[in-house]
Design a protein around this ligand. Sequence first.
Ligand SMILES: *Cc1c(COP(=O)(O)O)cnc(C)c1O
Length: 379
Amino acid sequence: MVNERDTQYLLLTPGPLSTTRTVRSAMMQEYSTWDVDYNSIVEFIRVRLVRLAVRDDVNLGAHTSVLMPGSGTFSVESVIGSVVPADGKLLVLNNGAYGARITTIARMLGIDTIELGQAETESTNLDQAEEILAGDTAITHVALVHCETTTGMLNPAEEVGAMVRRHGREFILDAMSSFGGIPMSMESTGAHYLISSANKCIQGVPGFGFVVADRTALESSRGRARSHSLDLHDQWHEMETKGGKWRFTSPTHVVKAFARALDELEAEGGVKARHARYVANQKTMVEGMRALGFRTLIGDEIQSPIITSFHYPEAERFEFQKFYDALKARRFVIYPGKVSNAQCFRIGSIGDVHPEDMTQLVAMVAEVLEELGVTQPAV
Ligand SMILES: *Cc1c(COP(=O)(O)O)cnc(C)c1O
């Protein structure tokens, strides 16, 4: 728990997040990127990612995975820029900053892009999405953000995936902040490309992202990339044919920490057990915050266990920076809001964080409110 930690504070943020000491210690070894010792770690990670993402063993061979350096956005950009063909068209289902980021990426790359733009507090409108898909046969790919980290909303990936498949298009799922923390599979989501990164629910440290892909789709994307360094097929081909070698300098320490993080995910009991812990974290935190008068931005029925947005208290005395600093002085680091038209802050429930930490956090929030003279009625 927080008092026993060796880090200066607990990160209640959606990545980087608090990792275990053992994950961080795994970085104390050095490897050459050409060495078989290192490349076999990469290969094992690639296999384990496919196993984590594929539900039925008979489908393992139909899937593959590729690691890409950089933060998660680099992996998103790599997929968008490498799989949509020159004469293809992308539909982005956007209800948050990460959906908007996909549109920005696609447009900057000169990809023909249309967007179903919705309010950040509204779940994906399936009827409207279907109408657009049915009416525009030029659309080859559809992109959706699973957990919109902007608000904490969980979008209906399964329904969208089934629809995209029904219409014979390819589905790109940004599962950055949900993969490893919420049960899902390539089969259940229908994703052709599922994107996540090292520093979210797998609980590694930042430095690379990864893509689990439908093998046939990825193989047929050869030659479509609009960037050399972010060429998804080329990166995959190198790893696939050279026993886990990356094309360019790879983040060796981060990869080693990630392998350890995968061991720890397994030791915890897999995604199901991790999900249960995140749900318990979020529930403990939200119940405590509500008892202190805080209101959540979105309804519980669309709320993920990953991160939660809270409205600022209506009290005039409330200043976020003071609130943040006072909590940080008590060793809890929260996250500013990201929604466009509401004053919010966010608290993450992922990472090496446990319900007892959340109980302690709520006690600290109560202390801080009192110190700052902010009072509000309980909801
Ligand atoms: C974290 C995250 C990303 C990637 O963000 P980076 O800052 O580039 O790591 C993309 N999409 C979602 C939904 C995320 O939560």
